[in-house]
Design a protein around this ligand. Sequence first.
Ligand SMILES: Cc1cc2nc3c(=O)[nH]c(=O)nc-3n(C[C@H](O)[C@H](O)[C@H](O)COP(=O)(O)O)c2cc1C
Length: 251
Amino acid sequence: MKKPSIAHLRREYNASGHSEGHGRFNPLTLSQYWFQQALRALAVVGREYRQNGLIEQKAPPTPLELFQKWFKEALRAKVLDPNAMTLATVTGSGKPAVRTVLLKGFDAHGFVFFTNYASQKGRELAKRPRASLLFFWPPLMQQVRIDGKVVRVSSKESDEYFQSRPRGSQISTWVSRQSQVIPSREFLDRRARQFEKQFKGKPVPRPSYWGGFRLTPERMEFWSGRPNRLHDRLRYQKKSTGGWRLERLSP
Ligand SMILES: Cc1cc2nc3c(=O)[nH]c(=O)nc-3n(C[C@H](O)[C@H](O)[C@H](O)COP(=O)(O)O)c2cc1C
């Protein structure tokens, strides 16, 4: 959206019947007003929704196959960071928390990401080993929601992935005590120099507090944007007898 001139916003603002207070222009009010305008503009920009949506008859028997198909489409569409996913965890007392992590492994057993086991998410998952993942690929107007149980991957799997990382990222796992309060940026840079010196000329080992988690899905929902907000939603739910039950949800 083209940013409207201040004079234009001011005219519109006055016309909308708001008071400017003490006859002086209040930039805070202006910026709030501008934000509202921007949100309204976004709502009317419109989207290219898919004409060919999700049809039960064409849906594969497992959500993992459909996920693979959609992920390929996201790659073909050159979605930025298509493997970035929102991870939701919950504290022991039921407080939810979300953050982005990168999908680093995917197979019939589930979705793998790597992190610091002592981070907030790591501690929450140790106490409550359930989580939700969310992918949103804007150019495709597609969203995938995944819920399930989470376990640590084997040390071997974490080692293998750790060894594949660039050396700088390996050292950073020693530098960063993820999610802890630190005094300054300088503190971090100083620790980085310390560990670079310590590991100079040597391979960097994986710290025991760093590794992968695997979420095994129990439920996966595929959302596909359609015209007039009559979107498609297909949900796969794991049956206790094995296999998946497929249901359509109202948008
Ligand atoms: C695009 C993107 C990718 C990220 N990938 C990871 C990741 O794979 N692992 C990770 O631990 N943090 C990743 N982060 C940082 C997390 O979002 C988060 O800040 C960090 O893990 C601490 O979260 P916590 O305090 O809830 O444990 C990523 C952030 C962004 C924006």
